[in-house]
Design a protein. Structure first.
Length: 80
């Protein structure tokens, strides 16, 4: 019983490796190295990555304050 379960496990492993190799033929070989596991470019960018990063963070931080200012101005309780 244990020998049979081991054989099925080996077959599954071989099938997985075979399908992985055939998928590499379709999609190409995966890239290896630093920064290859992220979906956006980090090196050699025209705009450094920090600019959009801090811009988005700053916008999301300021958004509640801007919305509350807008509503207070609309209600007339905040004159500027």
């Amino acid at each position: 019983m244990f020998a049979r379960s081991r054989l099925t496990t080996q077959r599954l492993t071989r099938n997985f490796q075979t399908s992985s190799r055939s998928m590499n033929k379709i999609f190409g070989t995966p890239q290896e190295g630093v920064y290859s596991n992220i979906p956006f470019k980090v090196k050699n960018r025209k705009i450094p990555l920090a600019v959009p990063y801090w811009g988005v963070l700053g916008f999301f931080f300021a958004f509640p304050f801007l919305v509350s200012w807008w509503h207070m101005k609309k209600a007339g309780s905040f004159d500027m």
